[in-house]
Each structure stands twice: as C-alpha cells, then as structure tokens.
Design a protein around this ligand. Structure first.
Ligand code: UDP
Length: 370
C-alpha cells in the first residue's frame, strides 16, 4: 500500500484536492492522509468546501495562519516536518502556489520524501508575487510535476527540466474536473434579492489589495460599472474586506460574504461576465462559457488570452470599465479542450501509483542536523 500525505491549507486547494481525493478512493493500493495547515480557517473559507465536496476530514489539523510570509511558512515547515516524521509517508502531494504548498514541499524534500506538485509549471514572470516565488521553488524540489497546460510544460522546459531527473507530465487541470463533476450541484446563494443580468467579480490578490493605488482604482471601476452598466456581485474575501476598510475605501456594489463552491458555480453559470484577479476563477469563467476580464498585469493562463476569451486589463480604471462593457454578455466556447476535459485527477493518481521512488531519493525519517 502506497501511503501519500496530501498537504492543503487554502480555499483553491480544497477544491483541487477534492477531485484527486476521490480518484484516490477509487484506486486500489494507495491511501491518502490529509494535513490541513490552517492557512484558511473560517467556516466559509474552509469547512464549507469539506462539507460540499465530500473531502475527508483532515487527519492532521494545524492552526497556522496570519503573520508575515516568513513567520507563516516557517511555522508550517516546523510542524509539517514533525507530522512527516510521525506518518512516514511514501510521497507528499502539494497543490498550487500558497505558503502551505512551499512549506509542505520543502519539509518533505529535506527528509528526502518525494514530492508531487499539482499545478506545476505555471508562471506569471512577476517575482513580486508571493505565489510566483512559491511555485518556482516548489517545482524545483518536486520529482513529479503535474502540469495543467502545454504552456506550463514549456515553462519548465525553458527552466531546464528536460535535463533533470524529475518527471514532467501534462495531465490537464484538476479545476476542470471539479467544475464538470460538481456542475449539477450548482445552487443559488441565499443572499436575499438577486439582481438579474449581473457581473460576477472577485478580488483578493496581494498585488492589488496591498497596493493602495491599484486597490483604489479597482474599487472606483467596480463602483462605476455597478452604477452605470450592470449590477456587480462580489463574494468578498476576508483579506480584501480588511484592506479596503483600512485604506478608507468603499465598495458600493452587491457584496456578499465568501460563498461555497456550489453557490460560486451557480453564479458562474448565471452571470453575464466575470471580472476577477483570481487564478482559478479565470478558468472557471471559461468552463462555464463566460468571457473574463482579468484585473492583473499578467496571467499564468496565457492560452485563455490567446484564445480571445480573457482580457488582461491591469488596475487601470478606464480599461476595466471599457473591457467590462465590451465583454458583457459574450459567450465563449472551449473548442480546443485546453485543460484536459476532466481527466486530470485520474491521470494524476495513475501516475503516482505507477511511479516508484526515484533512485536519488531515499526517505530519511530522522532529522539531519548538519
Ligand atoms: N470560490 C468560492 N467561493 C468564493 C470565492 C471563490 O468557492 O466566495 C472558489 C472559486 O470558484 C475557485 C476558487 O475558490 O474555485 C478560487 O480561489 P481563489 O480565487 O481564492 O484563489 P486563486 O485561484 O486565485 O488561487
């Protein structure tokens, strides 16, 4: 029996891991132990996803959140190492690009436990983003790199992975698996009267929320669109709520607390446009046939921009307003199966099962004090 330890901690990771967990449960010879770092801990940022998506309760629940990046990552590193020494997994699986991803991968790699990275190879080429640092470093210390797109594979090739012992596999995107699997569970959020013909917006990236000027420009554009064009609904991330009020700004749109995944996919299927700075939501717009306006200067999902279904507008108020007008109501189609068509989690589990631990890795379950 191959024992894998899955490390998750933030909202998008619960969604990604839910479909891989399912595939593991349907596969013989492989068992999963789940560690939740506690990075996201509110009921509506964590519990709701375990309940809705049928994710098993974490076997190990840490309580690490807040503080600076170094503090959070450092505390995770210490506690994850202790958990690894106790559980002695054959492999660790990490997802995406958060501090939980990097801490999990680093703790495992230092104990010579092989690391599989789901969503490997994504790059924004913006080293100011904490996510970019987490991704690059996690890829470097993983031995199984599961890429969601051809672009991600090319990025890794350019970084020299062709000559490394690590295995790079294009498996497709687990978020498409989730979108397809749970589409039939879509449920209207219970948030009172619902405006019709709405725009769905999300905003939480540090590059926007932590930069007062960018944040003010985006708030201004959303208020203007809501006033002059169409109602804007935004499930507001707790960090964004805090920073908006800290900067003395006011979002005068239809704000709701963070919602569950079933409610989110209902909004995605019923909206006229998606306006976001999220990574996952850019693709979900596409999965649900909607055009997307992305309030960032770069995207890791460049194939969506190339396909003309996602427009990158940064934080410029006028550009956001104009793009919202131009893309409103536009339907888009996934003609090229850019993200694997819903088979990613199955491919990931097959690859993990088939893989034997590379020769250069021998798990070492006693800390090395050199
Ligand atoms: N999401 C959700 N409820 C919300 C906001 C987002 O279920 O209130 C989902 C969204 O549909 C997507 C994931 O959370 O599947 C994206 O997470 P987020 O935008 O926080 O992170 P990113 O993708 O930017 O890393």
């Amino acid at each position: 029996m191959q024992r894998i330890l899955t490390i998750i901690g933030a909202r998008p990771q619960f969604i990604k891991a839910s479909v891989v967990s399912r595939a593991i449960q349907q596969t013989d010879g492989i068992e999963e132990i789940l560690l939740h770092t506690g990075q996201h801990f509110d009921a509506n940022m964590s519990d709701v996803f375990f309940n809705q998506l049928g994710i098993p309760r974490p076997n190990i629940q840490l309580d690490i959140h807040g503080g600076g990046h170094g503090e959070m990552t450092g505390r995770m590193l210490m506690e994850i190492e202790l958990a690894l020494l106790k559980i002695k997994p054959d492999r660790v699986v990490v997802y995406g690009d958060t501090n939980s991803t990097l801490a999990g991968a680093l703790a495992a790699a230092k104990l010579h436990i092989p690391v599989a990275h789901v969503e490997a190879g994504l790059r924004s080429f913006n080293m100011e983003m904490p996510e970019e640092i987490n991704r690059i470093l996690t890829d470097q210390i993983s031995d199984l790199l599961f890429c969601p797109s051809d672009t991600a594979v090319r990025n890794l090739e350019k970084e020299g992975f062709t000559d490394k012992p690590a295995k790079v596999l294009q498996v497709g995107d687990v978020m498409q698996d989730a979108a397809l699997l749970f589409a039939e569970n879509a449920a209207a959020p219970a948030v009172g009267d619902f405006p019709e013909n709405f725009i769905l917006a999300t905003l939480h990236r540090a590059e926007n929320t932590d930069n007062p000027e960018r944040l003010a420009n985006i708030v201004k554009s959303l208020n203007q669109i809501h006033n002059e064009q169409a109602p804007v609904i935004m499930p507001l991330h707790p960090r964004t709520r805090r920073l908006i009020s800290q900067h003395g700004l006011e979002l005068k749109i239809h704000l709701v607390d963070p919602i569950g995944y079933f409610e989110m996919i209902w909004l995605l299927s019923h909206c006229q446009l998606v306006l976001t700075d999220s990574g996952g939501v850019q693709k979900e717009a596409f999965f649900f046939g909607k055009a997307c306006v992305t309030m960032r200067d770069q995207t890791e999902w460049v194939e969506l921009v190339e396909a003309g279904v996602n427009e990158l507008v940064g934080s410029d108020t006028q550009k956001i307003v104009t793009a919202a007008l131009q893309n409103y109501g536009r339907k888009v189609e996934d003609t090229k199966q850019l993200y694997g068509g819903g088979k990613a989690s199955q491919r990931i589990v097959e690859a993990i099962k088939a893989d034997h631990i590379p020769d250069f890795l021998t798990p070492r379950f006693s800390p090395n004090h050199t």
